[in-house]
Write a protein that binds this ligand. Sequence first.
Ligand SMILES: [Mg+2]
Length: 271
Amino acid sequence: MPITLTDLRTCVLDMDGVIWTMDDPIPGAAEAISRLKSLGLSVGYLTNNSSKTRTDYVRKLAKFGIEAAEADVMTSAYATALLLAKQGSAQSRAYVIGEQGLRDELASVGIDIATKADEPNVTLVIVGWDRQFTYDKLAAAHGYIVRGGARFIATNRDATYPDAGGRTLPGGGSIVAAVATCAGVEPQTIGKPEPHALLLMLEPDGLRLDECLVIGDRLDTDIALGRRWGAPAAMVLTGISTLEEIDATPADLRPDVVAADLPALVDMLEA
Ligand SMILES: [Mg+2]
C-alpha cells in the first residue's frame, strides 16, 4: 500500500541500522530526521535492545546530532517495566537475566530484583540480552519458572545482534530460547514485532497505529511490527535485511515502502 504523508502524524524509528551502525553514523540520517519534523511529524525512537536505558539513548542520539527527550525513546527494557507497572506488578520480585539497562528500568518502576537462585517470593523471570549469561543464571531461571511457577517474560526475541564489519553476535532471543527450552514454557514477549512497546509510545498522544510510520531495517521485527498490527512500514537498506530477503517474504509481511537509506525515504515522503 503506498504511504500518504497526509495520513501520518508520527514516525517511529528503529536506531541501529537506520541512524547508526554500532558507533558509526549513517550519512544524512540526522538531517533526514530534521526534515521529518519539518513535514509536521513527531519522531520517536524504538529499539529492541534491552541493555541500555532511555537516558543512554538520549545521550547517544545527542552524540549523533539528534535532539531527543527521554519521552521520545522506548526500549524493550522500559516497555517491559512500564507494562508490568500498568498490570499492577510493580511491587513484584523478579529474577532478571539481562544487563544494567534492563535492571535500572525495572527498578525505576519499583520492581525488586532477586540476585541469586531460590530466593523467596520471586513471581517474575525477565530475560533479555546478557553478555554475562551463564549456566548458573539459566539454572536459576529454570528453578523459578518450573518449581516456583514464576511468569516468564522476554524483552525481545532477536536471534542476532549486529556487530562491526557486517558480522552478527548472538542476540537476546538466543538466551530466551535457552530458558524456554529447559523450562518447557514460551514467554510473553514485549519488544518488536509484538505491539506492546509501540502502543505504549502512541498512547500518551492518543495516536492510532495507522497514523504511525514504522521505519526499520529488519523484516522480522520492525517491518513485521507494522504489517501485523496495522501501521505503515518503511524499510531502509542500511542494516540487516536485504532486497533478496524481501522477495522471499510473504506479501503480507513485506514493507509498504523500501528506500536505500533514511534520507532517500524522506525524499520519497516529501515528493
Ligand atoms: Mg535495527
